[in-house]
Design a protein around this ligand. Structure first.
Ligand SMILES: NC(=O)c1ccc[n+]([C@@H]2O[C@H](COP(=O)([O-])OP(=O)(O)OC[C@H]3O[C@@H](n4cnc5c(N)ncnc54)[C@H](O)[C@@H]3O)[C@@H](O)[C@H]2O)c1
Length: 316
């Protein structure tokens, strides 16, 4: 039976991926330092056959090797990273350690243990701001505008070099905003928490015209498994919806309407919410569509579904 090591598996995407792999009858070993993920996120996984968890920091190879001990694994899903982009802009060490050194350390331990198959959660942040140009996998130059994006790009470079030397299979998933539960961060969760704190008013960063593609986590997991199953030696795919996305205004109004219909929305100025925020981009998923994959939900449906899910999470 295949054993999947999921680094960062106690986080939002990791627990959804773990559930899908267990559904297939495989075994899952989650490795997470619980800096952002939690035991509560894994509640539905813990009683399941084939599930294991190790609490460990995976940014240092020796610590990681000791923490893994005699546990066996066949392939690695690298989901561990800093997911607070502004925190990484304020202090470069956050992304250096959590987003880049996790990649280096995982590769080091894989090499020591003769494991040659890795799947990596990269990001649309590696591309930077290309204005209205369609972002496909071969666009350039790659000019990330946050330390997070820079360290994801550096991780991809490290994987590419290791592929040349000893890795046998690498999948690189580049995706934009993913939404759903258990939500650990992101615009929908921020808005809901703001409305819990001040029920009559929602302050929005930027003027609300920022437009982005949103992918529901169920579609992301299906896309990642679809790519991994193809077993290409070096696969690089954008994963996203097929539409141009929705605006922050649409998200704010959806949250307000579903959660606090009487609240007033106050927009800020400018079309960037924070440093590292790309105001608008057109994202191509043609390469992935050509392999026969289709997302079930568009950005609009994904937002409507995730808002309901995250309200339920926050009001339980
Ligand atoms: N959610 C998105 O919209 C999105 C978009 C693009 C890429 N990604 C990438 O997908 C992956 C999963 O994202 P997510 O949304 O589930 O984020 P998340 O923060 O919920 O999960 C990341 C997990 O990594 C763990 N982690 C961080 N540093 C670690 C370390 N040094 N050792 C061990 N564990 C560590 C955290 O505790 C957390 O559980 C990340 O690599 C992220 O960069 C996410």
């Amino acid at each position: 039976m295949t054993v999947h090591l999921i680094a960062g598996g106690a986080g939002f995407i990791g627990v959804n991926l773990a559930a899908a792999l267990l559904d297939r009858g495989d075994e899952v070993l989650v490795l997470d330092d619980l800096s952002r993920g939690s035991i509560a996120n894994m509640a539905a996984l813990r009683g399941r056959n084939g599930f294991g968890f190790i609490e460990a920091d995976c940014s240092d190879p020796d610590t990681l090797d000791v923490a893994l001990g005699v546990n066996r694994f066949d392939q690695v899903w690298h989901m561990a990273a800093n997911s607070d982009i502004p925190a990484g802009v304020a202090d470069y060490r956050v992304d250096l350690r959590q987003t880049f050194m996790t990649t280096v350390a995982l590769l080091d331990v894989m090499k020591r243990r003769g494991r040659t198959r890795i799947h990596f959660a990269s990001s649309s942040a590696i591309y930077g701001d290309h204005g209205e140009r369609l972002i496909h996998e071969d666009i350039g130059p790659l000019q990330p505008i946050s330390n997070y994006g820079a360290m994801k790009l550096a991780s991809e470079a490290q994987l590419r070099a290791a592929k040349e030397a000893w890795l046998e299979e690498v999948s690189v998933f580049r995706f934009p905003n993913v939404i759903g539960v258990p939500a650990t961060h992101g615009v929908i969760l921020d808005f809901i928490r703001k409305l819990v704190a001040t029920p009559d008013r929602l302050d929005v960063l930027g003027n609300g015209t920022q437009q982005k593609a949103y992918l529901h986590v169920s579609d992301l997991v299906a896309g990642m498994l679809h790519i991994a199953d193809r077993r290409e030696p070096y696969a690089v795919y954008n994963i996203g919806p097929t539409d141009d996305g929705v605006t922050v205004r649409f998200i704010a109004e959806t949250v307000r309407d579903q959660f606090r219909p009487a609240a007033a929305i106050q927009f800020g100025e400018g079309n960037r919410g924070w440093v590292g925020d790309v105001p608008k981009f057109a994202y191509s998923v043609e390469r992935l569509l050509a392999t026969g994959w289709q997302p079930r939900l568009g950005s609009r449906e994904a937002v409507l579904k995730a808002v309901a899910e995250i309200i339920a999470q926050e009001t339980r």
